[in-house]
Design a binder for this molecule. Structure first.
Ligand code: FAD
Length: 255
């Protein structure tokens, strides 16, 4: 992997990954007008979509308003690969949480980013918290989470001896894990660009229009790309984008 090579630790100094600008020819090429798909936003959602699209013969552009990728929420989260017990099984999120979790071993093999399946512990310090833990356990069992354990005080202290002495029990989800979120996004972007996707940074999408089956997507600095489909993955700004211009980015044909 290109980006992992310069990432070294020497004498307790951490060298951050070089920005993709140093390496990749598909970064900020001259804007083109024959993309099949344009993904707006290069956080973890947009870049995953772009990587998947670019693994087919789909000419893909990623448009990111920041100077580099993963500058939105994806740079600053806890990096937890959740264990599948947080949501009721009636929600799509519950199913995707489990499916997504199971994808991480393969993703790590393909992309070589820091990922550890270290397990998740939810500790209860009193009876009220234990009721919540029991609820999460039941929910997780309904979601068919593998290996979920409702733990006694002895078991939870066996798993994590440094927990507070007040702990009365807890939940253990061995499938939970942790990633370095920023490097995860970089690894995905690097893979998408190697597949041929184009990444445009400093590309703040401000307006769009739709004509003859193609979107024209305009950036604040005057650049324009054209694409058959647009994927709005702008995170917290996705709703703003939806309202750009009179028609916004909504396909007037309703497709
Ligand atoms: C404190 C905290 C902790 C979290 N912990 C976890 C966790 O442990 N595990 C977990 O799975 N999730 C966690 N999350 C949630 C997770 O971080 C988000 O769900 C995820 O990062 C969202 O990714 P995204 O790609 O949708 O959005 P973003 O990462 O925000 O990406 C959107 C991108 O769109 C770009 N953009 C916006 N407007 C435009 C425009 N007009 N033109 C071009 N580009 C534009 C932005 O610059 C940004 O790069 C946490 C969130 C927070 C806040």
């Amino acid at each position: 992997m290109l980006l992992s090579a310069p990432f070294k630790m020497r004498k307790n100094v951490v060298y951050l990954p070089y920005t993709m600008k140093r390496y990749l020819p598909n970064l900020n090429p001259a804007p083109e007008s024959d993309y099949d798909a344009a993904v707006i936003g290069c956080g973890v959602s947009g870049v995953n979509i772009a990587r998947k699209l670019s693994s087919y013969k789909i000419k893909t552009a990623i448009l990111e308003k920041a100077a580099d990728i993963s500058f939105g929420t994806s740079k600053a989260n806890s990096g937890i690969i959740h264990g599948g017990f947080h949501h009721n099984k009636k929600y799509l999120k519950a199913r995707l949480e489990i499916q997504g979790n199971l994808m991480f071993d393969q993703l790590r093999r393909e992309l070589d980013f820091p990922f550890m399946r270290c397990g998740i512990i939810v500790a209860a310090l009193h009876e009220e918290e234990m009721k919540v833990v029991e609820h999460l356990y039941r929910q997780g069992m309904e979601n068919k989470v593998i290996g979920l354990e409702l733990c006694s005080r002895e078991r939870i202290l066996e798993l994590e001896p440094k927990l507070s002495y007040d702990v009365i029990g807890g939940l253990y989800a061995p499938g939970g894990g942790i990633v370095e979120p920023y490097r995860f996004v970089f690894a995905l972007a690097e893979s998408a660009l190697k597949n041929g996707a184009h990444l445009y940074t400093d590309y703040d999408v401000v307006s769009s229009s739709y004509e003859d089956g193609r979107w024209t997507i305009n950036a604040a600095d005057g650049r324009t790309v054209k694409s058959r489909y647009v994927i709005n993955a702008a995170g917290l700004y996705a709703d703003d984008l939806h309202g750009f211009g009179q028609e916004g980015l909504k396909n007037p044909d309703g497709v």
